[in-house]
Design a protein around this ligand. Structure first.
Ligand code: CAA
Length: 378
C-alpha cells in the first residue's frame, strides 16, 4: 500500500489545518460552554467540507474517501466537537441517502446536505436498544401513502440542530432485524419532539438529545430502500462511519501528544526538562508509537474504502485501536502535565473528557471486538 498522500489530499490537509487553527481554535472555549458551532459549520459548507465525498452532480466536492478522513482528523486535532458533527453528518446522515436513496430522494436532500444548508443525523439507538440495535422498538405502520411512526430515540448526535434524520423503525416486529426499515424524516414534521439535552462529560459543543415520535406521519416516499432493509443500511453506513470516529480519535490523541511533548521540553525538574528524564521520555515514546499505529490502521481502512473494497473488519480494528489510544494518550498527557494537567487552564483535561466517548459511540469497543471476532471465525 502506498502510504503517501496525493497532491490533492495534501492540499485538503493544509486547507483544513489552517481553517481549524484560524477559525475553530478561537471558538473552542465557547463550545466548552455548550455553544453549538453553527457559524463554523456554515463556513465549512462554503469550503465544501460538508460534502467532501459527495459526487459533484449532487453538489458535493467529489473527492476521495481518504481526503474526507484527513479532514475529520485535522478538524479533531483542534476540536473533537466539530469532528464528530461532520462525521455523523456525512457518514450516517448523508451517505444512507446517497447510497440507498431513490434518484428523487437524492435530488431532494443530498445537494442541501452537501452544501451545509441542511445538517444530517442518524436515529438508531433507543433507551433499551444500544449495542443490541436490532431490538429497537420504534414502530412504523403504513397508512395509505404515509407511514405513522411512534417511538423514542436517545443519544442522537446533532439532534435538534439537524434538518434531516435517518430514522430506523420496525415495520414488522416479528421479523427482528429483517423487519427494520429506514426513513428520511425532516425536522419540524408534526409529532417530531426534541426532548432532553444530555449533559455530557465532554464534547460540550456537540448537541446530543432524546427524540420522541408521537403519531408522526411521513410520506411513504420517504422510505429509504425497501421495507426490511433498514438494519443492513444502518450496519453498512456504520462500517464506514467507524473510520470517521477512528480519525476523530486520532486527532484527539495527536493533540494530546503534541501538548505533552511541548510541555515536557519546557518543564524543568531536578535540573533538566522532564522530557529528558526517562520516566517521561519513555511515556512520550509509547504515546507516539500508539498514535502512529492508529494512523496506519485508519488510513489502511480508508484506502480500502476509497477503492470500493470491503472494509468493515479494518474499520472496526481502526476504531477499536484508535479510540483506546485517544483515551490512553490523553490520560498520559494529563500525567505529563502533573497538577496543571488536572486544571482547566490547560487543554489536556478537555482532550481526556472528549476522548472517552470514542470508545462508546458508533459501536462500543466490545461491539468492535464482536465484529472482528465474527469475521475471523465466519
Ligand atoms: N453490513 C451489512 N449487513 C450487515 C452488517 C454489515 N456490516 N452486519 C450485519 N449485517 C446484516 C447481517 O448480514 C444479517 O442479515 P442476514 O441474516 O441476511 O445475513 C443482519 O444484518 C443481522 O446481522 P446480525 O445477526 O449479525 O446482527 P446482530 O443483531 O447480532 O447485531 C451488531 C450485530 C454488530 C452487534 C450490531 O447490532 C451493532 O453494530 N451494534 C452496535 C450499534 C451501533 O454501532 N450503534 C451506534 C449508534 S450511531 C452513533 O453512535 C452515532 C453517534 O452518535 C456518533
Amino acid at each position: 500500500m502506498d502510504l503517501r498522500f496525493t497532491e490533492e489530499q495534501l492540499m485538503m490537509r493544509d486547507m483544513v489545518r489552517s481553517f481549524a487553527n484560524d477559525k475553530i481554535a478561537p471558538f473552542v472555549e465557547e463550545m466548552e460552554k455548550g455553544v453549538f458551532p453553527r457559524d463554523i459549520l456554515a463556513q465549512m459548507g462554503e469550503l465544501g467540507l460538508m460534502g467532501i465525498t459527495v459526487p459533484e452532480q449532487y453538489g458535493g466536492a467529489g473527492m476521495d474517501f481518504t481526503s474526507y478522513i484527513i479532514a475529520i482528523n485535522e478538524l479533531s486535532r483542534v476540536s473533537a466537537v466539530v469532528g464528530v458533527i461532520l462525521s455523523v453528518h456525512t457518514s450516517v446522515g448523508t451517505n444512507p441517502i446517497l447510497y440507498f436513496g431513490t434518484e428523487a430522494q437524492k435530488q431532494k436532500y443530498v445537494p442541501k446536505l452537501a452544501s451545509g444548508e441542511y445538517l444530517g443525523a442518524f436515529c438508531l439507538t433507543e433507551p433499551s436498544a444500544g449495542s443490541d440495535a436490532a431490538s429497537l422498538k420504534t414502530r412504523a405502520i403504513k397508512d395509505g401513502d404515509e407511514y405513522v411512526i411512534n417511538g423514542s430515540k436517545v443519544f442522537i448526535t446533532n439532534g435538534g440542530e439537524a434538518d434531516v434524520y435517518i430514522v430506523f423503525a420496525s415495520t414488522n416486529p416479528e421479523a427482528g432485524a429483517k423487519g427494520i426499515s429506514a426513513f428520511i424524516v425532516e425536522k419540524g414534521t408534526e409529532g417530531f419532539v426534541v426532548g432532553k439535552d444530555e449533559h455530557k462529560m465532554g464534547l460540550h459543543g456537540s448537541r446530543t438529545v432524546q427524540l420522541t415520535f408521537e403519531q408522526m406521519r411521513i410520506p411513504a416516499e420517504n422510505l429509504l430502500g425497501e421495507e426490511g432493509e433498514g438494519f443492513k443500511i444502518a450496519m453498512a453506513n456504520l462500517d464506514v462511519g467507524r473510520i470517521g470516529i477512528a480519525a476523530q480519535s486520532l486527532g484527539i490523541a495527536e493533540a494530546a501528544l503534541g501538548y505533552a511533548v511541548d510541555y515536557a521540553k519546557e518543564r524543568v525538574q531536578f535540573g533538566k526538562p522532564i522530557a529528558a528524564q526517562q520516566g517521561v521520555g519513555f511515556k512520550l515514546a509509547d504515546m507516539a508509537t500508539a498514535v502512529e499505529a492508529s494512523r496506519l490502521l485508519i488510513f489502511r481502512a480508508a484506502n480500502l474504502r476509497a477503492q470500493g473494497l470491503p472494509c468493515g473488519q479494518e474499520a472496526s480494528m481502526a476504531k477499536l485501536f484508535a479510540s483506546k489510544t485517544a483515551v490512553d494518550v490523553s490520560i498520559d498527557a494529563v500525567q505529563v502535565f502533573g497538577g496543571y494537567g488536572y486544571t482547566k487552564d490547560y487543554p489536556v483535561e478537555r482532550l481526556f473528557r472528549d476522548a472517552k466517548v470514542t470508545e462508546i459511540y458508533e459501536g462500543t469497543s466490545e461491539i468492535q471486538r464482536l465484529v472482528i471476532s465474527k469475521n475471523l471465525t465466519k
